[in-house]
Design a protein around this ligand. Structure first.
Ligand code: IFM
Length: 437
């Protein structure tokens, strides 16, 4: 059980759980087009154990019991994502009616259960046909994404409590086009620099499209880390500044101030799209809220001679099953930083949680949530306007390059039988939230 009371968060604070389409839906076929994760995961060597999202948690069919779990846990809201290739199989053009019907059922199911839908338009499953045309490296993606946003607003907008454009643009751009760890698996400076700008330009273009179609309560979800230097040597401090600029300030600065950090634009000067500065007004369209996904800190050190200029090193704090340090103070520090240096719009913690070894008894995860929710309270005390918190994740699910090997769920999933079993962490939320909706 948690060590605080729901009332400590005030009556209007939103508690929710989060998932993403490719990680849970399964339901391939049904008119759905191919996505970059289908082919990336089918390529030997990219994903642990060769796991794919073909079945995942079969949420496509089992969604009624998953929504029951959200309701019975006492959660107010469900953060889910639309699959672009399920709605528009070729990325642009013809709409897949079966896909529209699926999200109609899902949204109506949420509303019937008193659960507020918090939607994300893009959580990494780009239609493959768009990748064939350059994907996030092609400036045209802003318009492809804008048209997709219009479709979502027209079909579903009146039922959505909030809509985010992109989930974790750092992952879409840097992790996937520079580090090569996520689809499409590029390791190329120019590809990364183009994707970094285009993903934010597409975000701003989609905000315009959503607003024009009457959608309300619009935001974006950034993954942020607490960046810390390995030592106070000037070269490590400088490495940390660069790490922070690449991970945090590029996205915060772009979206909230229309400005990228100079250390990054200098580094990427030869590779960024020509005249990108002309897009910054669109990149920084006013938002109604900002989502922050937080998991851990990043520790930076100057690189060795002949290698990359900065390197990340492992710290000595207790780690989750995926090897990330547990650092709740990083969450309060970040929330306070964003609210004092970047914006006064409402903030939401849109993801937070931990990977833990398989099992229904997960005391470390209960402690993790307890400590991080207290960090949210601490940041609120210091003036940050935080309106909600979403646990990642409702279910054990497909953890991208880690396949099914890493489990983040409040609810255990047996992938053979698809049986769901609530864990102790789910019960802790239930104890906190029950009968208070
Ligand atoms: O599973 C992911 C999610 O898709 C995006 N944020 C981080 C989670 C844990 O790695």
């Amino acid at each position: 059980m948690f060590s605080f009371d729901r009332r400590d968060f005030g009556p209007d604070f939103t508690f929710g759980v989060a998932t993403a389409a490719y990680q849970i839906e399964g339901g391939q076929g049904h008119g759905r087009g191919q996505s970059i994760w289908d082919t990336f995961s089918a390529t030997p060597g990219n994903v642990h154990n060769g796991d794919t999202g073909l079945q995942a948690c079969n949420h496509y069919e089992l969604w009624p019991q998953d929504l029951d779990l959200i309701r019975d846990g006492g959660f107010d809201a469900y953060r889910f994502s639309f699959a672009w290739p399920r709605l528009i199989p070729e990325g642009t053009g013809a709409v897949n009616q079966e896909g529209v019907d699926f999200y109609d059922r899902l949204l109506d199911g949420m509303l019937e259960r008193g659960i507020k839908p918090y939607a994300t338009l893009y959580h990494w499953d780009l239609p493959s046909t768009l990748q064939d045309r350059g994907g996030w490296m092609n400036r045209d993606i802003a318009h492809w994404f804008g048209d997709y946003a219009t479709l979502v607003a027209d079909k579903f907008g009146d039922r959505l409590a909030a809509t985010a454009t992109i989930n974790e643009p750092w992952c879409v751009a840097f992790l996937s086009h520079y580090l090569g760890i996520h689809a499409p698996g590029y390791r190329d400076l120019r590809a990364a620099a183009h994707a970094m700008h285009h993903v934010l330009f597409a975000h701003g273009t989609a905000i315009d499209a959503l607003r024009a179609s009457g959608a309300k309560n619009l935001g974006i979800v950034l993954n942020l880390e607490k960046s810390e230097p390995f030592s106070d040597k000037p070269e490590d401090m400088q490495a940390c500044d660069m790490g922070d600029a690449l991970f945090n300030r590029f996205y915060l600065g772009g979206v909230l101030k229309g400005q990228y950090p100079e250390v990054v634009t200098n580094w990427l000067a030869d590779y960024l799209p020509e005249n990108y500065q002309a897009d910054m007004e669109v990149v920084s369209r006013p938002l109604d809220w900002l989502g922050i996904n937080y998991y851990t800190r990043g520790i930076y050190k100057a690189g060795e001679a002949g290698g990359p200029a900065i390197q990340q090193v492992k710290g000595d704090l207790e780690k989750t099953d995926i090897g990330w340090e547990i650092y709740p103070k990083g969450l309060s520090d970040l929330l306070v930083r964003v609210s004092s240096e970047y914006t006064k719009i409402p903030l939401y913690v849109t993801e937070n949680g931990m990977a833990e070894v398989e099992g229904d008894d997960d005391p470390r995860r209960v402690q993790y949530y307890d400590d991080h929710l207290k960090a949210v309270l601490a940041a609120r005390e210091l003036g940050a306007d935080i309106r909600g918190y979403f646990a990642w994740s409702l279910l054990d699910n497909y953890e991208w390059a880690e396949g099914y090997n890493k489990r983040f769920g409040l609810v255990h999933v047996d992938y053979e039988t698809q049986k769901r079993t609530p864990k102790a962490s789910y019960r802790s939320f239930q104890g906190l939230l029950h009968n208070t909706r």
